[in-house]
Design a protein around this ligand. Structure first.
Ligand code: GDP
Ligand code: K
Ligand code: MG
Length: 290
């Protein structure tokens, strides 16, 4: 049996969360076209009984912290750097990769790494070859350089084989039917937060947190009450929309996805609360799970 921690690192929007979901075959991490969507380290397990257990971790994109929430996000990257058995370093192959290369070097990894060149569905074969060559020349420390499309689920088998080859021998850490060690409530709050990223532009998503106050099974359905926290009254007005139009839309999108995640009907109640400067408040950050 092989078992170990395989942690995903990269710049914002490289496709880390999409890759995690594709590798484990379940949507565990929220995805959006906006940077800084992922704020926590998210673990998801892939187990083949008797053969392997991979404990994948998705992490926030590596950035220079600008406020305390960012610092917390980078602490979760750091914790993932500390316990990794294998690092998956993911770069968006459609972009200039100079900065990604620099970041990967600066991590000073002590564990084997695989360079994952993502989004190759947008590239021609010659461009993919050039990108591989570019990384090959910059460093000899990558055990493998593997082009993939996380979105189209291309070449993920090759990636998984490379991971399993490098995985240490050992017994599994978790039961074979477990998918994660995070509580259900966490995923529910993340789904709501994802809908905020989907429906709103500008600064709104970055100033929003979601907390679940009530999660109660009642006969055939689950009652969920969540607060959406924003920093300013003006943001609350935008989230509500004219006559509550936007919050209703958000509620419908979130409810549909939470129901499919839980495989159960829910009753979802959303309140919007204004908490000025929560992103820089230690107490609030802790309260909101950061
Ligand atoms: P993260 O910030 O690194 O976690 O990136 P996400 O997984 O949230 O993805 C960022 C954006 O890139 C989303 O719009 C994804 O749909 C998109 N994306 C991720 N992987 C691919 C891919 O393989 N090909 C293409 N074309 N887009 C992708
Ligand atoms: K993103
Ligand atoms: Mg992400």
């Amino acid at each position: 049996m092989k078992a170990g921690f395989v942690n995903i690192f990269g710049k914002p929007n490289a496709g880390k969360s999409t890759l995690l979901n594709a590798l484990v075959g379940e949507k565990m991490a929220i995805v959006s076209s906006k940077v800084q969507t992922t704020r926590h380290r998210i673990k998801a397990f892939l187990t083949k009984p008797g053969e392997y257990q991979v404990i994948f971790s998705d992490t926030p994109g590596i950035i220079e912290p600008k406020y305390k929430l960012h610092e917390r996000m980078m602490q979760s990257v750091k914790s993932a750097l500390e316990d990794a058995d294998i690092a998956l370093l993911i770069a968006d192959a459609t972009k200039n990769v100079d900065e990604a290369k620099e970041i990967f070097q600066s991590l000073r990894l002590k564990v084997p790494s695989i360079l994952v060149l993502n989004k190759v569905d947008k590239l021609k074969p010659a461009q993919i070859e050039a990108a591989i060559e570019n990384f090959r020349q910059s460093s000899s420390s990558y055990k493998k350089i593997i082009p993939v499309s996380a979105l189209k689920q291309d070449n993920l088998n090759a990636l998984l084989s490379a991971i399993i080859e490098l995985l240490p021998e050992g017994e599994s850490f978790y039961d074979e039917d477990e998918l994660t060690d995070l509580p259900t409530k966490f995923f529910v709050s993340e789904i709501i937060r994802e809908k905020v990223y989907e429906l709103f532009t500008e600064e709104i998503p970055y100033q929003t947190a979601v907390i679940i106050n009530e999660f109660k099974e009642k006969e055939s359905l689950i009652k969920i009450q969540a607060d959406i926290i924003v920093q300013r009254e003006s943001q609350k007005a935008i989230l509500l929309g004219e006559g509550g139009k936007m919050i209703k839309k958000l509620g419908t999108l979130a409810r549909t996805e939470i129901e499919s995640f839980l495989q159960q009907k829910i009753f979802l109640q959303l309140f919007i609360k204004v908490k000025p400067k929560w992103r820089d408040n230690d107490f609030k950050l802790r309260e909101y799970g950061y």
